[in-house]
Design a binder for this molecule. Structure first.
Ligand SMILES: [Zn+2]
Length: 414
């Protein structure tokens, strides 16, 4: 058990499990900050100076922690530091000691990123892919990109803590998809075990908008905000809800499926089987289809920001109508959940204020006025990396425990 008053004698001469507990606390602090120091570790872990010193020596010997001496970034041995008597020297986790791989399987792409132990991407790539009706080809492609992430960066599989996958369908707490009506070819497929088999990595599944919400909350526009909604406006429209600092899944992983709120009475039939869902009028595909019908020439969803910038006739009106429709749908969430922040991500976020202004208007017109006044609408800061970073963060949530066990085994051998 973890006790703040755990004494020096208790840890240094402790049975391995108590020593591991102290190591875990030190690693948790190191994972949460880019650099720290022994005095900071003493303050934040509640352990004694001598205990922290011993544990840090163990972690340096095991190659998990480096000490930054001087501005040139050279590293020294623990014995050198002791003789110099400079206990406040910066300490940092060795960033290459472990990695997590994040993947984002959308309706029209597969993106993969290799992230260091702090969740920062060190390598990232994306390939276009029609995903919905080709599950096995998509899983093969994802596994290929995961292999490339390791080989092109010289990272052996043993250093990868796991693979986190965000996918464009609801995922329940056991990693099972609710693909019916969302990703039609994927019904009955369990992507987690399929990818574990293909990559040899423990794999954790999450919904893509939930992964984006986690990443913007941890690293992006929603840092320090405890109540927020992330909305992803891409080939599909989804939302991730963070309430009181925690991601909300709902009973079966379906929380936040805002793309299937009714937006138009007697509108188009949606892939989910209902009519007039938000997704039928506000996704990039729906916008491109409207313009294509009007102009009689092909329009790709990826063309939209450039068409708006060029002042193309009809484009400003389409964007305004979309913003208002998304705002009306978000108004329901604003009234129900009273978030402080709405973070807009996905392909349409690149349009910026011409979309956000009518979106805010839609919220102001339809939400409870006091809740509407308390919410800000901003663009995501992580762009198209949000989902892969959030998926990797799910894996990194277990990093302290894994590294504590790993370092315990290595120091036992030293
Ligand atoms: Zn629908």
């Amino acid at each position: 058990m973890c006790h703040p008053e755990l004494s020096e004698e208790c840890i240094v001469a402790a049975p391995p499990n108590l020593r591991e507990e102290g190591r875990l606390r030190v690693l948790q602090v190191l994972l949460a900050s880019s650099t720290t120091s022994r005095p900071e570790l003493v303050r934040l872990t509640g352990l004694s100076r001598a205990t922290v010193s011993v544990l840090v020596s163990d972690l340096i010997a095991a190659g998990l922690v480096v000490e930054e001496i001087g501005a040139n970034g050279a590293h020294g041995s623990e014995a050198e530091i002791r003789s110099m008597g400079r206990p406040a020297l910066p300490l940092a986790l060795n960033r290459s000691v472990a990695y997590a791989i994040g993947a984002d399987i959308g309706h029209a792409h597969v993106r993969v990123a290799l992230c260091d132990v702090h969740g920062t991407p060190v390598w990232e790539t994306s390939e276009a892919k029609e995903v919905d009706r080709a599950p096995h080809e998509t899983l093969d492609l994802a596994a290929d990109l995961v292999r490339r992430a390791m080989t092109e960066n010289g990272v052996p599989r043993e250093r990868v803590l796991g693979l986190g996958v965000g996918i464009a369908a609801p995922v329940d707490a056991d990693g099972a998809l609710s693909a019916e009506g969302i990703m039609p070819g994927w019904t009955g497929i369990r992507p987690g075990p399929e990818l574990e088999h293909r990559t040899g990595l423990p794999t954790e599944m999450t919904n893509d908008a939930n992964a984006g919400a986690l990443a913007e909350h941890m690293y992006g526009a929603g840092r320090d905000v405890e109540d927020m909604v992330y909305i992803r406006l891409s080939a599909g429209i989804g939302a991730g809800v963070i309430a009181a600092g925690a991601l909300q899944l709902g009973a079966g992983g379906l929380a936040g499926e805002i793309g299937h709120l009714p937006a138009v009475r007697d509108g188009l039939v949606c892939r989910c089987g209902n009519r007039g869902c938000l997704e039928t009028i506000a996704s990039p595909v729906a916008l491109a289809r409207l313009l294509q019908d009007s102009w009689g020439e092909p329009v790709a969803p990826s063309d939209l920001p450039a068409l708006l910038a060029a002042g193309t006739p009809g484009m400003a009106r389409v964007v305004e109508d979309t913003g208002e429709a998304v705002g009306r749908a978000l108004a329901a969430l604003v009234t129900l959940l009273n978030p402080r922040l709405i973070v807009v991500g996905g392909d349409l976020a690149a349009i910026g204020e011409p979309l956000f202004e009518p979106l805010r208007r839609g919220i102001a017109r339809s939400a409870l006025p006091s809740a509407a006044r308390q919410v800000a609408v901003v663009a995501g800061r992580l762009g198209s990396s949000a989902e892969v970073r959030g998926a990797a963060a799910r894996v990194l949530a277990r990093a302290a425990q894994t590294l504590a066990v790993m370092s315990g085994a290595e120091t036992a051998e030293v």
